[in-house]
Write a protein of this length. Structure first.
Length: 309
């Protein structure tokens, strides 16, 4: 019962904190560029305004266009309920299976692209196709890195994988370390940051699928995209940086686990903000070249595992 309550609290906090993560990133980006920038809570203000506006859909759209926003949020909440955040083990073991998590992450991407094509807008359709292309390029690297970690730990449960890595009980530590590097690179590509994307620019193709959304539906989509960033980073932390998470259900241990989790997430997002402010935007056709580099790192990790290193 305690674990179920913990899982529900994780999902609620995910929704509540998602705009804060995006607002903090925008604020830090402005400081790096010596601009005043928006306040940290600006995304909360924007979302509250969207909820007060009318929800409109194109005449050519079907149920897919209306279903995508709540589906996106629901899937992100479901995934987060299975990821070990405070504890070293999954609150809901059934949802903590890494293969299930990958399949669940594909579902909103598919509906995200389908909803763009469903509008009948050529601009939104191009953005939707681009979203599918990103999935094809990034997901093989993530899957291969996770496959190496699964082989090294002997389990597909996120909590047990993190427990093996955190206790240095996983075989082939060099292979796991390389897999972690590949997974971290793939996660950064999924965050929608420079040099690959500029998430707050609505004229970019990344925001193309959202061009036909308005009102509460647009607010739900923005919240879901912010939630996805936290989910991706939390998955990286749970598997490859689990150190400090609570191994027992006591208040002191869980409080310490929460503090360390927040510290790790803040540090990761801060590093991402620094990186995106020192690089230039690259042409999208070069995106595939860099994803193949990440696949190469993951493949090297597999080679090291086979060699027993």
């Amino acid at each position: 019962m305690i674990l179920i309550i913990l899982a529900c609290l994780q999902a609620i906090l995910l929704v509540a904190a998602a705009p804060l993560v995006s607002g903090s990133a925008r604020w830090m980006r402005a400081k790096f560029q010596t601009r005043k920038g928006p306040p940290i809570l600006q995304d909360y203000y924007d979302i509250s305004k969207l909820f007060k506006r009318q929800d409109l859909h194109t005449k050519d759209s079907s149920f897919v266009h209306r279903l995508m926003p709540p589906l996106f949020i629901g899937v992100m909440m479901l995934i987060f309920m299975g990821i070990p955040v405070v504890t070293r083990f999954s609150p809901i073991p059934l949802l903590g299976d890494v293969i299930l998590i990958i399949y669940l992450m594909v579902l909103p991407r598919l509906f995200f692209a389908l909803s763009a094509i469903d509008t009948g807008s050529s601009y939104a359709g191009v953005g939707g196709i681009r979203e599918l292309l990103i999935g094809v390029l990034v997901e093989p690297a993530m899957l291969l890195a996770l496959f190496v970690t699964i082989l090294a730990t002997g389990t597909t449960n996120v909590g047990e994988m993190g427990m093996m890595v955190g206790s240095f009980a996983a075989v082939n530590p060099v292979a796991v370390a390389l897999a972690g590097v590949a997974f971290a690179c793939a996660c950064y590509m999924e965050l929608g940051k420079l040099p690959y994307d500029l998430a707050e620019a609505e004229q970019e193709l990344q925001e193309g699928p959202l061009s036909e959304y308005s009102g509460p539906s647009l607010a739900y989509c923005k919240i879901a995209l912010y939630m996805k960033q936290i989910v991706v980073v939390s998955l990286l932390v749970a598997i490859f940086i689990p150190f400090g998470s609570a191994t027992e259900l006591t208040v002191p241990a869980m409080a310490l686990g929460l503090v360390l989790y927040l510290a790790k997430v803040v540090v990761i997002f801060f590093i991402c903000t620094i990186f995106e402010n020192v690089v230039a935007r690259v042409r999208f056709k070069l995106f595939g070249h860099q994803t193949w580099t990440v696949v190469g790192i993951a493949a090297l990790a597999l080679v090291f595992f086979v060699l027993g290193i």
